[in-house]
Structure formats: structure tokens, C-alpha cells
Design a protein around this ligand. Structure first.
Ligand code: ATP
Length: 513
């Protein structure tokens, strides 16, 4: 199946099974805003718990914070967002569709990469065992032509972005012959800058209302609380502050479902270190965060780093962790070495001293910062796209199964009486009452057992138990495992032990120790 079709199916699956709904659905939706349904909210909460516990629980030098979404407007001047949180946009005059100029060019670079990879794969098939990829990549003339074009484009693009040269960005689009996917024409407007922050007003207009912004990242709430937390928590450098919360960006091109939203959620951790030690800590966090992703078990080939060549004005090192989505490798998390930029700027704009006194060095300094920043919604999408499987069974039937890591699955256990009579529902309810003290259970007595299994497979429930007539005699049930579909007879008394370890967040955290 084409990846595009897989993605479409995933989006409709998310809606059909209560994971993600378009916002304001009965009013035909609101662009790039989504609601999480009864299953989605459970998965999302589990992702957040995995992140929070891996940061705050496992590190005695990281503490949490929950800062407000509304903040003093000067914060966004200090952070640079008022002046520089822009995307370059371009319109196609025929379709009237708006695009990000940088994204159009990056897609073009990806097309060259695709061509190169196709050449390699074709040759691999042709030469079989004897294929030497390295040699092919350095000698094949057609591939080298593609590579040269790609590298030249990349260099030109990076320079234009670094120089903030909007006319050159447009010229690249024209020279590359990039067309609008809707109208198919090259009838482009000029490129303009567009600020991504939403603003609103606080206070009554009679008083002179103040223009404030909805935060475009959670990080600034951490920076402005640096001293509050450091002093009251008696924190010693190096230490970190972690926060989960909503962020808002007026994205020009909102596409790919929950990949790019206008209201989304971030999980950010700012780690404060001594100046000069930041690159060492950058490497440490880069590795730790990758380990966190890989512990989910989707396969190491689903992840890669993308080190930034164009660094933000405040950064001296930056990398993305990319995940193989149905539409290619895409950023899920950013890890940035932000130097002392943020704290220094807040010191300057607020007029307050935000220095740290280091008792070991007996001196005061502005700490340097390593940031790890991940989007909950993108993480959600990456997990759903890796977990979604369509399988043909031995008996010729097919099933859709979400192979979610059990620790993240919304429902951990389904409790199914074989029939709706003979005291089986009552017995099943008894077990249900015992089990729901420990984890999220779902009781279901409607339809055939096969149909009930399919419903649980579709929401990723790792275990189903069936209560039958034998249960009434010997207090055993059949437990069915989602991925293998294997069934075994176990004592009710052992159920909690069998299931709890596997479905707990602790099972993931152990892989990080
Ligand atoms: P992109 O280049 O895709 O716009 P970014 O580099 O601007 O992302 P950051 O500012 O580094 O993103 O934000 C950190 C993380 O927040 C991203 O890795 C992503 O997971 C998430 N994120 C950012 N923008 C959005 C959005 N519009 N919708 C959903 N998640 C987002």
C-alpha cells in the first residue's frame, strides 16, 4: 500500500476509534486544531507520564514546573520572538494557496535525495551480492549529477536562510521550477515574513488594554522562573527544570494532521550548566533522549539525528531527532545548546540580576542551557503510525491492530464474558472491579468474542481475558495476547502479576537506567 494511503487510513482510524477528532467537528472543523477523544487522551497522558517520570523521577537534579500560558509581553521581546519568530511565506496567485518558502525548497531537496536513493536501489537489484554501494555512490555519473545539483541547491538555500534574503528564496523557487501542487503553475508572489505568534488583549480597553501573546513555546516560562526554582529548591548547577504545557503558533501551512498544529503541547526541559561545559552536556542529552525514544521498541531504523547547519542566533549546537513517519523522516524533538542567551536577555530586559553563585568555584555567572524540546502531538503521531498494522490471519480474515507499547496503550485489559448468561457477566464484573484498581480496564459483553477481540486490537489493548463456564468452577480465565493472539489458561489470582509489570511505565523506565 502506498504510504499516502496508509496515512489516510491512520487518520480515519484515529477518528473512528476515539483517538483524535477535528476540533469543532459539527461546525466543520477549525484549521489545524484537534481534540483528543476517549482513547487519545489516555495515550497522550501515558506519553506525558513516560516523559515526566524519565526526567523528574529518574533524575534527582531535575524538578518540574507549571508556568502560566499568559506572560508579560516584554518576555517575548527579550526572547527575540517579537522580532524574529517568522516564517517566510509565498502565495501562488492562481490557486491562492499559501506556502512556506523554506518548506517548498526543502521538499525539492528531498526530491533529489529520493532520486539518488532510487538509483542506488536499482543498482543494488541489478548487481545483487556483488554490489558495492560506496563505489557506486562515488562513481556513477547519473547519481553524481543528482548529487551535485542537490548540494548546490542546499548550499544556496542555507545561505539565503542565514542571510534572511527573501528575494533569493523566491529566486530559488523560480530557478528550480517549483510548481504549486494545486494549480500546477509557477505564478508566485514575493516572499514575505510572517510572525507566528497569536496575540490577544488583557484588561479592559478603558484602562488601556495590554497586548499579550499566547506562548509559542513553554521554555520562556522556565527561564523567567530560573531563580525562583533554584533558590526555593536549593538547586545546584548542573540542574534542570521540566515542564509540559500548551503552546500556540499561527502556522502558515498547517498540514499532515497533528504533525503541524496551531495549538499543541510541548514537553521541554532546560538544563542549566557551567559555561564551557555545555557541549559535553549537549552530547549527554542527545544520547539520553535517543535512548528514551528507542526504548519504545519500534526498531532503531525508525530514528535518526539531523544535526543543524543553520543555527538559531542563540544556539552553538543543535540537533533534531527525526522519526520515520508515513511521509518520510520528520522532526519529533529538538535538542539545543542555547548558550546563556535567554537568561542574559531576561537580565537585560527585566533589569534584575539572574546570575547563579557557584559555591564550588566561589564565583557568579550566567548559566548556559541545554534544551530538550519535544511535541506531545508529534510523538503521538509517530507512535500511532509505527503501531498501526493491517494483518491477514491464517484463516484468511484480516485485522487492524495497534501494536502500541503496552505501557502506553490506553486500555490495558479487556474483560469479556463468553456469553451474556449463566452468571458469567457477574463473575466478569467481579474480576473487573478487582483489576480496575490497578489499570484501565474495559468490560465488553456485546457481539461475538471474535468481534470483541477485533475491537480491542484496533485500540491496541495488550490483553483480553475471557470468562467461561470453567471459570465458575476453578477460578481460571483465558488470557489472549494482542500481538501473537496466543491464548493460555491462567488463575484469576495471578492476573495482576502477569499484566501489571508489562503495562507499567516502570517497564519502560527500567530500560533507561
Ligand atoms: P518545525 O521546523 O517542524 O516547525 P520547530 O523546529 O519550529 O519545528 P521547535 O521550535 O524546536 O520546532 O519545537 C520543538 C518541538 O515542538 C518540535 O520538535 C515539535 O515536536 C513540536 N512542535 C513545534 N511546532 C509544532 C506544531 N505546529 N505542531 C505540533 N508540534 C509542534
Amino acid at each position: 500500500m502506498a504510504q499516502e494511503d496508509v496515512f489516510k487510513k491512520l487518520v480515519s482510524h484515529c477518528k473512528e476509534y476515539g483517538f483524535v477528532f477535528p476540533s469543532s467537528d459539527i461546525y466543520d472543523g477549525l484549521g489545524a486544531v484537534y481534540d483528543y477523544g476517549q482513547m487519545g487522551v489516555e495515550l497522550k497522558n501515558n506519553i506525558k507520564k513516560y516523559w515526566w517520570d524519565s526526567m523528574v523521577l529518574l533524575h534527582d537534579n531535575i524538578v518540574g514546573l507549571d508556568s502560566a500560558i499568559f506572560m508579560h509581553p516584554d518576555i517575548w521581546k527579550a526572547s527575540g520572538h517579537v522580532d524574529a519568530f517568522n516564517d517566510p511565506l509565498i502565495d501562488n496567485k492562481d490557486s491562492k494557496k499559501r506556502y512556506r518558502a523554506d518548506v517548498l525548497i526543502e521538499d525539492q531537496i528531498a526530491k533529489y535525495d529520493e532520486k539518488i536513493n532510487k538509483e542506488v536501489e536499482k543498482a543494488r537489484k541489478r548487481f545483487g551480492e556483488a554490489f558495492d554501494e560506496q563505489q557506486f555512490r562515488t562513481t556513477n555519473t547519473r547519481l553524481l549529477e543528482h548529487q551535485a545539483k542537490r548540494d548546490a541547491l542546499h548550499e544556496r538555500y542555507a545561505k539565503a536562510m542565514n542571510d534572511n534574503d527573501l528575494a533569493e528564496l523566491r529566486q530559488i523557487i523560480v530557478d528550480e521550477g517549483i510548481v504549486c501542487p494545486i494549480s500546477g503553475t509557477k505564478n508566485w508572489t514575493e516572499v514575505r515574513q510572517f510572525n507566528l505568534m497569536f496575540s490577544t488583549e488583557m484588561g479592559s480597553t478603558a484602562d488601556g488594554a495590554m497586548k499579550i501573546y499566547l506562548r509559542p513555546e513553554t521554555a520562556q516560562g522556565i527561564f523567567v522562573n530560573f531563580l525562583n526554582v533554584q533558590k526555593t529548591g536549593r538547586m545546584k548547577i548542573p540542574f534542570g527544570i521540566a515542564q509540559i504545557g500548551k503552546a500556540f503558533r499561527n502556522e502558515i501551512v498547517a498540514r499532515q494532521f497533528i504533525f503541524r498544529m496551531r495549538e499543541f503541547e510541548q514537553m521541554e526541559m532546560q538544563f542549566f550548566v557551567r559555561p564551557g561545559e555545555e557541549l559535553e552536556w549537549f552530547r549527554t542529552w542527545k544520547e539520553y533522549r535517543m535512548k528514551w525514544h528507542k526504548a519504545l521498541g519500534f526498531g532503531d531504523d525508525h530514528y535518526r539525528y539531523h544535526d543543524h547547519e543553520k543555527l538559531a542566533h542563540y544556539a552553538n549546537a543543535a540537533t533534531d531527532i527525526e522519526f520515520l513517519m508515513p511521509f518520510g523522516f520528520k522532526e519529533v524533538e529538538g535538542i539545543h545548546s542555547r548558550t546563556d542567551f535567554d537568561l542574559s536577555r531576561h537580565e537585560q530586559f527585566s533589569g534584575k540580576n539572574i546570575k547563579y553563585f557557584d559555591p564550588e568555584l566561589n564565583e557568579s555567572y550566567t548559566p548556559y542551557v541545554i534544551e530538550t524540546s519535544i511535541g506531545v502531538d508529534r510523538m503521538f503521531l509517530s507512535i500511532m503510525s509505527a503501531a498501526y498494522k493491517e494483518e491477514t490471519l491464517d484463516n484468511g480474515e484480516s485485522r487492524v491492530v495497534l501494536q502500541l507499547p503496552p505501557a502506553l496503550a490506553p486500555v490495558k485489559l479487556a474483560i469479556l464474558p463468553l456469553v451474556k448468561k449463566d452468571g458469567l457477566p457477574e463473575k466478569a464484573r467481579e474480576i473487573d472491579n478487582m483489576m480496575r484498581l490497578h489499570f484501565y480496564c474495559q468490560y465488553d459483553e456485546k457481539d461475538s468474542i471474535g468481534k470483541r477481540y477485533r475491537r480491542q486490537d484496533a485500540i491496541g489493548t495488550p490483553y483480553c481475558i475471557t470468562i467461561d463456564h470453567q471459570t465458575l468452577q476453578d477460578d481460571t480465565v483465558t488470557i489472549r495476547h494482542r500481538d501473537t493472539m496466543q491464548q493460555e489458561r491462567v488463575a484469576i489470582a495471578d492476573l495482576e502479576k502477569i499484566i501489571a509489570d508489562n503495562v507499567s511505565i516502570t517497564s519502560l523506565l527500567k530500560k533507561l537506567m
